[in-house]
Each structure stands twice: as structure tokens, then as C-alpha cells.
Design a protein around this ligand. Structure first.
Ligand code: AKB
Length: 319
């Protein structure tokens, strides 16, 4: 079997995706790669790990040749809020890093999965039931890199027949690995703080509605898309996918059903509020459902049950 490479494997999605891929395809067949952050013992202990900088063609090439890689899950990227604090670096990592991976894929005949985001939409996009094919004029640097990435991936497919596939992920929520520098990060922090302090100060307004997804659905979405019959795919980069949408007020109500003393207050961060206001309230993901059978398992209530149960074990806090 040709090997699978995961870039950004130390990040929020990458760390869990690597373990899911190792479980499915065999640990020795999935090579995790990172750059600067120290990998967890679980990641290091469960299969091959390589330090590699995605913007350096020769570094990626030597890993591809060493392991005979045929599939790349390219997750190395900066998220929206941190991207806004260093837009030049966001462009460099998110676009130049992707270009390196696409060139490698072209020269070594690899298929490529890379995530896009709700961030690929902007204020002029229809906000409710955002269609698969619609206006994409994002105003954050993160969004600009995501639209560029979608177009680059489509270009490499149509010009060079590189098998590129992608998803427009919403905010991803998990009790395992923390997100780093996103606008939707509040939806993870709120569960930790609900258990630790019974109180959370939110950086988004109470009625800011955004699409969200629980990690197990996010992992299945990536793997199922990569396994989908290519003849069924009319779209490639990138599919709208969502599992639920909620506001800080609504996730608070869900937590309060299990922890009645939990309280929320608000201290708005204008940068992240501005980004969130430019994103859809909820996307229409019927194209993904039709073309490759996307179907999420978790809604808000099911996710809250699972998050609190697992975080309570992890943090050793009863509720
Ligand atoms: C972020 O908030 O930047 C990400 C995303 C929605 O792409 N979680």
C-alpha cells in the first residue's frame, strides 16, 4: 500500500486525524509530520513521525521518497484570528505551503486532501443557507488564503489531473486537542470553563450564529471524501459541510441543562467579532450529501453530552 502523509499532524484536526487514519489503514502506513510544536507521546509512539517544513520542497520530497507516499492530508495552516495578527505569515504558510504540496503531488502522483473553511465566505455571501456555489469575497487574510487554496486545488485537478479534494469546515469542537487561534475557539473553551470555573467570558456576542461540527464527524468527513468514488464528484474544492449551528447563548443553554449553575458573560474581541460577522450563519451542505453521502452524527445536545462526559474524566471534575 502507498503510504499516507499528514502535514500539520500536531494541530487540532491533524493530531486526531492521524490516529484515526492509523487505526483504519495500519500505523506503519500513516506518517505524521510537524514543524515546530512538540508532538504528543501518543502521536510519536503510535507510528512514524518526521519533522518537516511544508514550505520547503526538498524537505517534503525527501519524506515522500523515503516512505513512498501516495496520499497527502495537508492540514498545516494558520487559523483565522492568528492569521489576522500576522497576515504575511498566514499567506506564506497557507498558500505557499499548499503550493509546495501540490507540486509534490503533481510530480509524485499523490492525491491531496486539504481543508477549506466557512472562512472562505465573506460579507457579500448569502448568510442563511449559504449555497455550495456562491459569492466568495472574504475580508480576512485567512479567508483569502482559503479561497486561493480552493482555486489552486481545482487548477491542479483540471490542468494536471492531481486528485485534489477538500471540505469547507465549520468550527471544530473536541475534548482531545485544543484549537489554536481560531474565531470559533470559544465553542471549545466554553466546555472547559463550564467544568473548571462554572463561568465563561465569551469574546463573541451572545447572538453570533456559526456552523459547528464535533470532531468525530469532521474526521469521518475527510476520510469518506477521500474514499468517495471520483466519478460521483462534480465538485472537488471544496464541499460545504456542517453538522449544527448555534450562538454562544444557545450552547450556554445546552450546558446549563447539565450544569445549572453555569454562567456566561461577554467581553467582545472586535477582531474575532468582525471575522465571525463576515461568515455565514449556516451553510447548505446538500451537495456533499448528494455527491458522496455526507451525514453527520452529532447535533448540539449529543455533542454536549459527550464533551462534558469526556472532559469531566480528562480534568477529573465531577458535574
Ligand atoms: C477558525 O475559527 O479560524 C477555524 C475555521 C472556522 O476555519 N475554526
Amino acid at each position: 500500500m502507498k503510504k499516507i502523509l499528514v502535514t500539520g499532524s500536531v494541530g487540532q484536526i491533524g493530531s486526531e486525524l492521524t490516529l484515526a487514519l492509523r487505526k483504519k489503514y495500519g500505523a506503519e502506513n500513516v506518517i505524521a509530520c510537524g514543524h515546530s510544536k512538540r508532538p504528543s507521546e501518543e502521536l510519536l509512539g503510535s507510528g512514524p513521525f518526521e519533522f518537516m517544513e511544508v514550505r520547503k520542497y526538498d524537505e517534503v520530497k525527501s519524506v515522500i521518497e523515503k516512505y513512498d507516499v501516495g496520499v497527502i492530508y495537508h492540514l498545516a495552516a494558520l487559523l483565522s484570528a492568528v492569521g489576522e495578527s500576522n497576515p504575511q505569515l498566514a499567506w506564506d504558510i497557507n498558500v505557499n505551503g499548499l503550493m509546495t504540496v501540490l507540486e509534490i503531488a503533481r510530480n509524485y502522483n499523490c492525491s491531496v486532501f486539504t481543508p477549506s473553511s466557512i472562512g472562505a465566505f465573506g460579507p457579500s455571501t448569502p448568510k442563511n443557507g449559504t449555497p455550495q456555489d456562491t459569492i466568495q469575497r472574504p475580508t480576512s487574510m485567512y479567508g483569502i488564503t482559503k479561497v486561493s487554496g480552493e482555486l489552486l486545488c481545482d487548477y491542479y485537478y483540471s490542468k494536471y489531473k492531481v486528485d485534489t479534494r477538500g471540505l469547507r469546515y465549520p468550527g471544530i469542537i473536541s475534548y482531545v486537542s485544543p484549537p489554536g487561534g481560531g474565531t470559533t475557539d470559544y465553542a471549545v473553551d466554553i466546555y472547559y470553563k463550564a467544568l473548571e470555573n462554572k463561568k465563561y467570558t465569551c469574546f463573541l456576542k451572545s447572538d453570533t450564529k456559526l456552523d459547528m461540527m464535533y470532531m468525530p464527524d469532521a474526521l469521518n468527513a475527510a476520510i469518506n471524501l477521500m474514499e468517495a468514488d471520483p466519478s460521483k464528484l462534480k465538485h472537488r474544492n471544496a464541499f460545504n459541510v456542517t453538522a449544527m449551528n448555534f450562538t454562544p447563548e444557545q450552547v450556554t443553554a445546552s450546558i446549563k441543562k447539565r450544569i445549572p449553575e453555569f454562567k456566561i458573560d461577554y467581553s467582545i474581541d472586535p477582531v474575532r467579532q468582525g471575522i465571525a460577522d463576515s461568515w455565514p450563519d449556516y451553510m447548505d451542505d446538500s451537495t456533499a450529501r448528494k455527491e458522496w453521502g455526507w451525514k453527520p452524527v452529532y447535533n448540539l445536545e449529543k455533542m454536549t453530552d459527550d464533551m462534558l462526559k469526556n472532559l469531566s474524566l480528562k480534568l477529573n471534575i465531577k458535574y
